[in-house]
Design a protein around this ligand. Sequence first.
Ligand SMILES: [Zn+2]
Ligand SMILES: [Zn+2]
Length: 263
Amino acid sequence: MQSIIDFFLSIDPITLWITLFVIAGISAGILSGYFKARKIQPGTFRWKAFRREIFYAVITVTVAAFIIGSISKYFQSVGIIQFNHEPAPWWVIALEFTLYFVGFDTWFYWLHRLMHKEPFYKWIHKLHHGSIAPNLMTTFSVSPIESVINGGWVIVFTSLLTVHDTSMLCITPFNVLMGLYVHSGHEFLPSWWNKSWATKWFISATFHDQHHRYFKGNYGGYTTIWDRLCGTMRPHYEADFTKVTTRPIRPAKAAPQAEAQAG
Ligand SMILES: [Zn+2]
Ligand SMILES: [Zn+2]
């Protein structure tokens, strides 16, 4: 018992609180039936597909991290990439983040559309589309070439601009978390997201999930803007988003009884 207490006391308090918060959130999500209600494609999880995704994820993360890391280190050594180590006001960080965000969205949309054309599809993008119902692991189940292409924006961005360290501390986790969210297979955004003028421009997990499910349309990485401008947004996306986000939430234990009554 003492060793368990010592273990918890040895963890840095912020990490401990975040871990406990995440565990509590996941438990509440399962028990309340929230995750089940917000599953975009219900009943589609397959262990066989998940194992395949883990296999490719391990290869890709290792290879792509090595390639992108090597290019970035080389560019830094010859002075092409430089970081600003000075403290920056919040609005400078926000501006740098916005430039990264808009730049990546454009980079991703057009390269993604190109990767849907042969022979690029067969060589590069087909592996990622092996997952029709995405889950968290799908995020990393991409060809190493595609990972390097997508990660290429960070190289270009940091070569063009002397970005502050602090901005990179926002950009890097955001990039990973966005990838995980859109492949989570669950919709966590509120039902008004698609109706509000302020938020409908940003993609949702449902948006990218539909790209995997139907293969055509919804190519955007961060926003729906390019898809709206180019007429590639799926016609039922907004209606389907509303369906997923307004499904009734039934607590985990009450579900069998409710189903029996319905039957
Ligand atoms: Zn695609
Ligand atoms: Zn995807």
